[in-house]
Design a protein around this ligand. Structure first.
Ligand SMILES: [Zn+2]
Ligand SMILES: [Zn+2]
Length: 196
């Protein structure tokens, strides 16, 4: 079922042109920091998709899995559709495929006029989805991490907030470090397997 193998190398896959090289470098550094001791390397790759405005998240994660395989975070500027959702809440900030170690995030709905805020949001959603790759689950209560912000696995009630309010109240309030409970889980569940 849940294979630990291959989690030590993350493939950071740029789907489209939504982030610059320098921003990818910064994202990699923060991701490695958050998963300290678990990630040996982060490879940067590009993947071309046809020019579309939206794509079913399932299809994208499957395509990335077939094309690259392994532990992947895809970053796209295309809207991610939840094929199973009702009309109203059909777009996602990010998601993780349960059948693989592929997670994707979209810059489409997290963009702010302030570029650094957009990148911070991208990182926060990315850490959350990668957390799922490592077996972390949601916190439905607001759990602070070492940096005082909420743990990236914090999940508010999207349906109650709606998109803009969820961004500001939940995603912006998350930090870049996992809480003690998540860090303990990561250490116990993965360090032995990864030989760190
Ligand atoms: Zn989640
Ligand atoms: Zn946590």
């Amino acid at each position: 079922m849940f294979e630990e193998q291959g989690l030590s190398t993350l493939k950071l896959v740029r789907v489209g042109q939504s982030v610059r090289r320098s921003e990818l470098d910064a994202l990699s550094a923060r991701i490695r920091e958050a998963f300290a001791g678990l990630l040996e390397s982060v490879d940067h790759l590009d993947y071309e998709t046809p020019a579309v405005n939206e794509i079913e998240a399932d299809l994208l994660t499957q395509a990335l899995d077939e094309h690259f395989g392994g532990h992947i975070l895809g970053i796209t500027d295309v809207d991610l559709l939840d094929g199973s959702a009702t009309d109203f809440f059909r777009f996602m900030f990010g998601c993780k495929d349960n059948r693989s170690h592929v997670a994707v995030v979209s810059t489409r709905r997290i963009e702010s006029r302030d570029r650094s805020r957009s990148i911070a949001r991208l990182l926060k959603v990315g850490l959350h989805e990668l957390g799922h790759n490592f077996g972390l689950v949601h916190h439905y209560d607001f759990v602070p991490a070492a940096d005082g912000a909420y743990c990236p696995m914090t999940k508010g009630d999207y349906n109650r907030h709606g998109e803009r309010s969820y961004l500001r109240s939940v995603i912006d309030a998350r930090g870049f470090r996992f809480c003690d409970a998540c860090r303990r889980f990561l250490r116990l569940a993965h360090t032995a397997t990864l030989g760190c």
